[in-house]
Design a protein around this ligand. Structure first.
Ligand code: GLC
Length: 621
């Protein structure tokens, strides 16, 4: 249970950190909130209060983490992203299944939003009506605290969403605003008529053009228009109001005090709005994120911030801040993910190589969270400027990818569904599980063993690619056993408009039982991922801080890159084609295949369809 320190003065650690950051914090705060002394004073006192409320065992955890500040940069981290209800019904249920997660190598557990959120108007939990209450269907705050305590014993870190851009229209602030309370209305963007909203609409893109068109909603209770970038029931918070920033930072720290180790800043780029702009990635967003990072550093220094920045490549990296003044500790490697699926559909690795090249040249302090699939759709945010040289045009290419992943193209066995198809822009995105997008679902339906074998090989190779990258590989729950799409959402009136539910099915514990049977899809994928994990753990070349570089192969179907750390070099290679490919490299030395122990020369290698290899070489001191 939570042990709080009451009526105690903050210890020297807190004071030291507070003093260390005070100048910068004040500078940033005064810049954005126009020298508002009172608000700043409240903010500082709030930090102290949250520190005093922090349990002793969490403070000890902070100490442990800060002593080993690179703990998340080694080769032993593996994450999983899951919905509490889909996985184990409740928070307590997750605790009961910790052994499964532990056995699956998970030491970073991202629980999808679990705070109170109105049924049918929740956007999968992303419309929070109370930031301090777990959804009663899932459990209580005490359950979360108990789970985090248990996780910490097993060295598992918990990641939780902090949905900061908006609240549910049922949040107490929104309810008061509806009742006419002007102070509460000032927490949101209210307009007396449509004039200003219409001006915004000229420059602000739409997030859900089909399921929730427009960025504003009429609020009949007060006869005003309210800003709702996402769904109409998700009201955008106005961070120009320092009270909003103060209270939301307090809410974030409250979650950290429940044992949350990694805070996922949901929809980070959206939190500052200025007319005449896209209202994405504005400079003020970076100031706010940096201040939140400082707040966490002062109150709970063991905590990491993960930015959800699903944007074009050039917008993502700035959210790391600088090495000296970091903003987010972790960011999603979203462009690599999208480029990877592009490569699956084209069998051409040039874009992927180009993308790897740009990530390889970033400072090693920047840690990415790598993933194949998550709870959201795949948006085709590729580097079209690069693709242009090959005659690839954005709209046509998106159409090709969406056709490919729905199995509409000859030779494609993928089974996905479109998401938010906007015919005017030709900008549809895509949903589906890794296994279904790899062709396994179609093959099983057709009972075609050869196709199934190909699908499984592709699925495993994609995971091998994931485990080869620097950073934290995060599996989407169910992918470890190759779970297929779930079409039942079509029958659910509350969900059928949102095709993301295609890959948000219930975890099948029945199928999970097959994980040890290598004759099954579940067993094949589960054991292959286990082997990858074990191998990755054995070799320091997989540290986030290893050197990484591309290796030319003379074959566009294959991507190969090297990793080097402390006298060990590993070359990872992947054949993205469904045919055998030969590669030639300038590597003259003799390597050892990490999985088969075979000796291998890397200057000329034949790779089978969807084959991957990790080969290694040790240098003598
Ligand atoms: C994030 C979430 C997404 C949600 C949106 C609105 O992008 O990943 O699922 O719909 O934020 O909160």
């Amino acid at each position: 249970m939570k042990k709080t320190v009451e009526n105690k003065k903050p210890n020297t650690g807190f004071k030291k950190r507070f003093n260390k950051y005070f100048d910068e914090l004040k500078w940033l705060y005064f810049e954005i909130y126009k020298n508002d002394e009172n608000a700043f004073d409240f903010f500082c006192k709030m930090l102290e209060r949250m520190y005093l409320e922090r349990a002793e065992d969490l403070k000890a955890w902070d100490k442990k983490r800060t002593k080993d500040s690179g703990w998340y940069k080694d080769n032993k981290r593996e994450g999983m992203l899951l919905y509490v209800d889909n996985f184990a019904d409740t928070v307590k249920g997750v605790q009961e299944h910790l052994d499964y997660l532990d056995e699956t190598g998970v030491n970073y557990l991202h629980l999808m939003p679990l705070l109170e959120s109105p049924e049918g108007r929740s956007d999968g939990g992303y419309a929070v009506s109370d930031f301090r209450k777990v959804d009663p269907k899932l459990g209580t705050m005490d359950d979360l605290l108990a789970l985090s305590e248990e996780c910490h014993k097993k060295d598992i870190s918990i990641c939780l969403d902090f949905v900061m851009n908006h609240t549910s229209e049922d949040h107490i602030w929104a309810k008061s605003a509806k009742a006419g309370d002007r102070t509460a209305q000032e927490r949101y963007f209210f307009f007396d008529d449509w004039r200003v909203p219409n001006e915004f609409e000229k420059t602000v893109p739409q997030v859900f053009p089909t399921t929730a068109p427009g960025n504003f909603t009429w609020c009949p209770e007060v006869g005003k228009v309210v800003m709702t970038t996402f769904y109409p029931y998700q009201w955008d918070l106005n961070y120009r109001n320092p009270t909003v920033f103060n209270d939301m930072t307090e809410n974030m720290l409250f979650l950290c005090n429940q044992g949350v180790d990694i805070v996922r800043l949901d929809a980070t780029p959206y939190i500052w709005k200025t007319p005449g702009t896209t209202c994405r990635n504005l400079p003020e967003v970076h100031t706010l994120v940096r201040m939140m990072k400082i707040a966490a550093e002062i109150v709970c220094p063991g905590t990491l911030l993960l930015g959800e920045v699903v944007m074009e490549p050039k917008e993502v990296v700035p959210y790391f801040g600088t090495v000296e003044k970091p903003e987010c500790d972790l960011l999603y490697n979203v462009t690599t993910m999208a480029s990877l699926w592009h490569t699956v559909a084209t069998h051409d690795t040039r874009l992927l190589q180009h993308q790897l090249y740009s990530t390889f040249s970033l400072p090693k302090e920047y840690v990415f969270l790598n993933y194949l699939r998550c709870h959201d759709d795949i948006g085709w945010g590729l580097d079209y400027n690069y693709l242009e040289q090959f005659g690839v045009e954005e709209v046509n290419h998106k159409k090709y990818l969406n056709d490919f992943f729905r199995g509409y193209i000859y030779g494609s066995e993928a089974r996905g569904e479109l998401y938010n198809d906007d015919p005017t822009l030709g900008d549809a995105r895509l949903c589906g599980t890794t296994a279904s997008l790899s062709g396994i679902e179609a093959a099983e339906y057709e009972r075609d063993e050869i196709k199934k074998e190909t699908g499984i090989k592709l699925d495993i190779m994609l995971h091998a690619f994931l485990f080869s990258l620097s950073g934290i590989p995060v599996l989407y729950s169910g992918d470890e056993i190759g779970q297929l799409n779930d079409y039942t959402y079509h029958e659910d009136p509350l969900r059928r408009e949102d095709s993301r539910y295609l890959h948000r099915g219930k975890f099948s514990w029945e199928d999970a039982k097959k994980k040890t049977n290598k004759k099954t899809r579940e067993g094949r994928i589960y054991s292959a991922i286990r082997d990858l994990r074990e191998m990755r753990k054995k070799h320091k070349a997989f540290f986030a801080e290893a050197d990484t570089w591309l290796i030319p192969t003379g074959n566009d179907c294959v991507v190969a890159f090297g990793r080097y750390f402390e006298n060990e070099k590993v070359i990872c290679m992947f054949n993205f084609s469904n045919m055998q490919q030969r590669i030639y490299t300038a590597e003259q030395e003799e390597y050892k295949d990490l999985f088969t122990n075979e000796k291998i020369k890397a200057d000329c290698v034949d790779l089978q369809p969807y084959e991957y290899r990790w080969i290694a070489l040790k240098y003598k001191n």
